[in-house]
Design a protein around this ligand. Sequence first.
Ligand SMILES: [Zn+2]
Length: 239
Amino acid sequence: MTNLEPLLDLQECDRALDRLRHRRATLPERGAVVDATTQVAALTGEADDVRARHDGVASEERRLDHEAQGIAAQAASAEQKLYSGEISSPKELQALQADVESLRRHQRSVEDRQLATMEQREPLDVRLAELEAGRGAAEAGLAAALDALTANEAAVDTEIAAGTDARAEVAARISGEMLSTYERCREKGNGVGAARLVGGTCQGCHLSVPSTEVDAIRRAPADQVSYCDNCGCILVLTS
Ligand SMILES: [Zn+2]
C-alpha cells in the first residue's frame, strides 16, 4: 500500500482552512456593519426629506420677510410725505392717509403669513437637528463596526496564512499526481478528499463500505488508490 497517511494530514489542514474561511465570511461584525449601513442610509434619507421641506418653508419665509420690508418702506415713505407739510389739499391728504392705512394693513397681513411660515419651520428645525444627531451617532457606530470587522478579519487572515503555510508543508510530502487526485475528490466530495476507513465505515461520509469491498481494498496492489463509493473520497486503510 502506498503511504496515504499524509493525505489525512492534508485533509485536516484543509478542514481547518475551510472552518477559518467560513468564520471569516460569517463574522458577526459583518452583520453589525450591514445594520449600521442601513441605519445611516435611513437617517440620511429622512434628513434629506425633512431638509427639502425645511428649505422650501425657509425660502418662503425669507420671501415674505422681504415683501413685508418692501411694503413697510413704501408705507414709511407715504407717511413721511403725509406729515411733511408739502401737501395742503385735504382731499389729497385724505387719499394719502388711506394709502398709508392700506399699506400698513397689507404689511400686517404679509407679516402674519411670515409668522405662520416661521411656526411651520421651527418644528422642522428641531426634527432636522434630531435626525442629524442621529445620523452622526449612526455614522460613528458604522465606523466602529467597520473597525471591529477589519480587526477580526485581520486576526482570521493571520490564522489562514499560518494554516496555508502548514498545508504547504504537508502537501510537499505528497506527489503531484496524488495531490491532484485528492483535490478532485475534495471538490466532488464536498470538502472531503481523503478519509480513513475504520471498521468498514468511511470516516468521510460515515457510511459503511461493503465487507467484500473492504477485502478488495486490503488486497489491492500497493499503487492502487481506492475510493469511497458514497462520497468519492480517497480511502486510507489503518495499517
Ligand atoms: Zn465516504
